[in-house]
Ligand binder design. Structure first.
Ligand code: AHR
Length: 505
């Protein structure tokens, strides 16, 4: 049994955890929209065609914000195709993923769905094949009350009240050579700034995220981010950051290395923030540009590769990755990294929500939760309050890409008003359990309410339609206790843990 000690202090506040950290992403791709959230012919759908089993799991997941309609598709998306009478909507070749798009689900259906799902929409505008004009028209359509061409068009389409969308993305991954309409940082920065200016002129209450680098592997990583902020800092509120990891190889050494990927995630957050701050400082601005990590997850199948039999079909099975326990631990450690950066990371969108690299899967007959569902649901439910600086003293290990990887990684969230303390902890050790000890003197009178555990016999265990409850959370009664004013917890090998303490009886 290894030993670990967690140090924290209620005065060492990083910042309040923004609930929008627990957002997700719905792209017109594969079976995400069609069959995932919208399937009118399905017995499990409501009168609007919304899958009720998906909606239940979206609510259980506690998603706060959903980014829509893409992703890569937005860079060639005509928003006008997806509004108005369905029989008049055009069928298009969706070029980014080579799907057939019949536009039977569009902006208004998404807003209806968002309302029922109790999530806030985050809309992306097309800065690939289109630009300033289409973006301002879409904003007018969504947010202007009435009396203008596009606001009246929305009313004619049956939506008297404006949708009042507060969060907007200025395109998607425009630094990536795979992106339709990809351009260099100066050209993108110029069009993003022009678009941002007119959008804020139309509706000053909105918040805008410009495209940061799509990942550290893109050769322009860093300079792209600083250049874009140079162009746009007056009008934008966030720079986006995207990150995907996976464990392509299967040896135990690979898994140990993979479980440490959050160290790279942490380094990427710091690097992108440094680029933002470098740019605003150089421009003599006091404005802080924070991060919108609006795509992050584990992904296995190579991006952009469309299987031959899926080309030009509607809703093909596309990047429907099956996640195991080790993937859930990596997703969990990425969540903890964002919580530990609560002062500068304000928005997070797990990519994606349903069927495509998703925590929720559907077939025509059922819906089920993948392993990654659980750490996300726990964070959205329990990470309410302020994130506290925390340090874990524990054994460390080295792997192919990292040195000094702490076996135990954690976040601590304190809610003073509700008198609740939440400790999130992951054990990366594949072979040995650990104790976790923490001084509770600052939290006098608090007692343990629950210890939630996600673990399984093997880190390769998964949930499938046939075996949907193979890896699920459970409450454990004997893993945490208070001894002489200290929390003494058992953190099992390769496990995810949430320990909830509060003052209430
Ligand atoms: O989430 C899948 C894709 O990954 C998105 O469309 C794109 O933005 C990213 O490359």
């Amino acid at each position: 049994m290894k030993k670990a000690t967690l140090y924290t202090d209620k005065h060492f506040i990083i910042d309040k955890v923004d609930k929008r950290l627990f957002g997700s992403f719905l792209e017109h791709m594969g079976r995400a929209v069609y069959e995932g959230v919208y399937q009118p012919q399905n017995l499990n759908s409501d009168k609007n065609g919304f899958r009720l089993d998906t909606l239940k799991y979206v609510k259980d997941l506690g998603v706060t914000v959903v980014r829509y309609p893409g992703g890569n598709i937005v860079s060639a998306y005509n928003w006008e195709d997806g509004v108005g009478p369905k029989e008049l909507r055009p069928v298009r070749l969706e070029a980014a993923w080579q799907n057939i798009e019949d536009n039977s689900f569009g902006t208004n259906e998404f807003m209806d769905w968002a309302k029922v799902a109790n999530v806030s929409p985050m809309m992306a505008v097309n800065l690939g094949t289109r630009g300033v004009d289409a973006a301002r028209n879409l904003l007018e359509y969504c947010n202007f009350p009435s009396g203008t061409y596009y606001s009246d068009l929305r009313i004619k389409h049956g939506y008297k009240e404006p949708h009042n969308v507060k969060l907007w993305c200025l395109g998607n991954e425009m630094d990536g050579p795979w992106q339709i309409g990809h351009r260099d940082a100066d050209k993108y920065g110029t069009i993003a700034c022009q678009t941002a200016k007119i959008m804020k002129d139309i509706d000053p209450t909105i918040e805008l995220a410009a495209c940061g680098s799509a990942g550290v592997v893109v050769p322009t990583f860093g300079t792209w981010d600083a250049t874009v902020v140079d162009h746009c800092y007056k009008y934008i509120d966030y720079l986006s950051m995207h990150t995907y990891y996976n464990n392509q190889n299967k040896t135990e050494e690979d898994t140990k290395n993979y479980l440490a990927r959050a160290l790279s995630f942490d380094a990427q957050i710091k690097a992108v923030l440094a680029a933002c701050d470098y740019s605003t400082t150089r421009n003599k601005s006091k404005k802080k540009i924070n991060l919108s990590i609006d795509e992050w997850n584990v992904v296995y199948r190579p991006h952009g590769k469309v299987p031959a039999d899926a080309r030009w079909t509607k809703a093909p099975h596309q990047i429907e990755d099956v996640y195991n326990l080790e993937d859930a631990l990596v997703v969990g450690s990425m969540l903890l990294t964002m919580i530990n950066h609560a002062d500068r990371v304000k928005i997070g969108c797990l990519a994606q929500l349903v069927n495509v690299i998703a925590p929720i899967m559907t077939s025509d007959n059922s819906a089920w939760r993948q392993t990654i569902f659980f750490p996300f649901a726990h964070c959205s439910k329990y990470a309410e309050g302020v994130s506290l600086n925390n340090v874990v003293e524990c054994d460390k290990y080295d792997s192919k890409d990292y040195t000094d990887i702490p076996y135990i990684t954690s976040s601590v969230v304190w809610n003073e008003e509700k008198e609740e303390l939440k400790i999130f902890a992951i054990n990366r050790d594949l072979d040995e359990d650990s104790t976790l000890s923490m001084d509770l003197r600052q939290f006098d009178g608090y007692s343990i309410k629950k210890h939630i555990l996600l673990n399984s016999n093997s880190v390769k265990d998964t949930n499938t339609e046939a075996n949907p409850l193979n890896v699920v959370e459970k409450q454990v009664s004997n893993h945490s206790k208070i001894v002489d004013g200290r929390l003494e917890a058992l953190i099992e090998k390769h496990s995810w843990n949430v320990i909830v303490l509060s003052k209430e009886n």
